[in-house]
Each structure stands twice: as structure tokens, then as C-alpha cells.
Design a binder for this molecule. Sequence first.
Ligand SMILES: Nc1nc2c(ncn2[C@@H]2O[C@H](COP(=O)(O)OP(=O)(O)OP(=O)(O)O)[C@@H](O)[C@H]2O)c(=O)[nH]1
Ligand SMILES: [Mg+2]
Ligand SMILES: [Zn+2]
Length: 293
Amino acid sequence: MDRRHAIVVRFHSNMLDVVDNQTRKRYTCTLRGKFKKQGIRPIVGDIVEYIGFQDMKGRIENILPRKNELDRPKIANIDQVILVLTVSHPPISLLTLNKFLIMAEFQDIESVLVFNKTDLLNQQEKQEQQRLTEYYSRHYTTIQTSAKTGEGLDLLKRIFNGKTSTLAGMSGVGKSSLLNAVEPGLKLKEGMLSQQLERGKHTTTYTELLMIGESGLIADTPGFAFLDLTDFKKESIRFLMPDFMNYSSDCAFENCSHINEPNCAVKEAVQEGKILSSRYDSYIKIIEEIGVE
Ligand SMILES: Nc1nc2c(ncn2[C@@H]2O[C@H](COP(=O)(O)OP(=O)(O)OP(=O)(O)O)[C@@H](O)[C@H]2O)c(=O)[nH]1
Ligand SMILES: [Mg+2]
Ligand SMILES: [Zn+2]
């Protein structure tokens, strides 16, 4: 029988769903016994070899090597992470955003920034969003959207195409709403912000890859993921900030940490407004949080 390639999109109790790489048809598969013996378990995003039977049933024969692997959510072979933010409703935490970008940079995963709920912004908030969009777009794909009015959704759709993506962002920023707006057939559960904040719960609670657009797959992950920086070395953070890297070669000291050294080009750039001061503040905060090794 023919072995074909597919991607794992969802787990059931002891079966898993895969989507064929070429036909985009969905099969519910069992695992070969050898996986249990070897203690190997595929995760969502794994590329597998499978044999398809009748009635869209199949059996996983082999798991191909992973290009990357995230822990929270447990997912493999991600091409990009779509980080959804809101300048208000709820207000953005720039520290969280910057931590997240550092984390993605470290894992070598591309980040896309989506500023959502543009329809709710007042004049001042609009300006703030414009300022952030302009800055971050120098290093990351950055778009502005509204799941309500449809602004930016065509662009978002194009970003999804041909890629395996995962969503991230605080509860209530509109991750599920954006996916529903782009692909109404998904019918994902959306939450009422106020109720969510009261209960401190997420509306979306498990990891699944959904088919979106003609050729995209996306995980609508619960809330914020992979934000643990404790394993980081303080010394590595500055290399994960592309805006700092633009200036650091002009620092007087070759291995300048941009904290106490004189003639620091990064600190000068902050003073001249070329680097956002919130970026620098986040850098110092993160270094402090990591503490002494
Ligand atoms: N006005 C406006 N409301 C939005 C927009 N996007 C989402 N909402 C509302 O914001 C609330 C939260 O949206 P969700 O899509 O459930 O948020 P989420 O990011 O998926 O939240 P979790 O699943 O808890 O992580 C819902 O009441 C949505 O209707 C938008 O662009 N404009
Ligand atoms: Mg959701
Ligand atoms: Zn420096």
C-alpha cells in the first residue's frame, strides 16, 4: 500500500487526525505498535508517513524529523507565529510583547504582529498604534486589523497561505474572532471579554491545527504561549533584539551589554528616539527578571 505524507492536526483519546499534504483530505489514524514500544508519541504539527484505508481511516507508519518544536503549546514544524495584540480592550503590555518576540527569535520562528480591534480605538490610541506599527514593521511583518469591520483581513489571509502558523496573544484580543472572520466555516468559540477576565479563563482550551484559506494551517492556541525566559542566559538577550543589533557594532566596547558601559551606541539611539524607550525598558526588566546565574 502507498505511504503518503500528512500533517497531524488533532488528537483524540487514542486516535489522531491527519491532513494529507497533497489532497488536503482528513484521515483518522491509529498508530503502529512500534511507537508505543519505542515510547515515541507524535505531536500536533508532526509530518508523518501514513497509509490510508477506506472511510478516511488510516495508520501512521513513521514520524519525520521535526524542524522545530514548541512546548506550550505542544506543536511542531511551525513556520510563523501570529501574535495578536490590542492597543486597548484589553490594553497591550509592551513588556509581554517584547518578551514574546525574544522567545520567538530564540526559537528561530518568524513573528507576525497583528494589531486588532482598530474599530474600537480613539484618536490617541490610533496614533499609538500607528507609532508601534511603524516601529515594529522594520523588523517584523506588522498589520492592523478589525475582525468587526474586516480591515486588514485580506492581508491576514495571504499571510496564512501555504504556512503552518500558531496564534498567540492575551485572552480576549480576538484570536478566534479573526480566524472566524477569515474562515467563517470554522465556527470557533469566541468569548465575552468581561466574563473572561472575571473568571480568568480562556475560551480556547486545546491545540488543534485548522485548515485556513487555500493552503494554510493554523493553531488557535489558548492565550499566551511559550513565555518562559528562565532558561535564558542574560548575555544572549541583546542578540535577540534586531533593533539593538542595528547599533551595537558602534558601541565602544565590543561585548557591550548596553547597561553601564560608556559610549554605548544603543543607549544613544534610545536617547535620540531611534530605538523605542519601551524596548530598552523591557530589555532591562528582562535582564533583572532572569537575575544572577
Ligand atoms: N469591536 C471588536 N471586537 C472584537 C474584535 N475582535 C474580537 N472582538 C471581541 O472580543 C472578544 C474576545 O474575542 P475572542 O476571539 O474570543 O478572543 P481570543 O483571543 O480568542 O480569546 P481566548 O480564546 O480567551 O484566548 C469577543 O467578544 C469578540 O467579539 C474586533 O476587531 N473589534
Ligand atoms: Mg480564542
Ligand atoms: Zn552598547
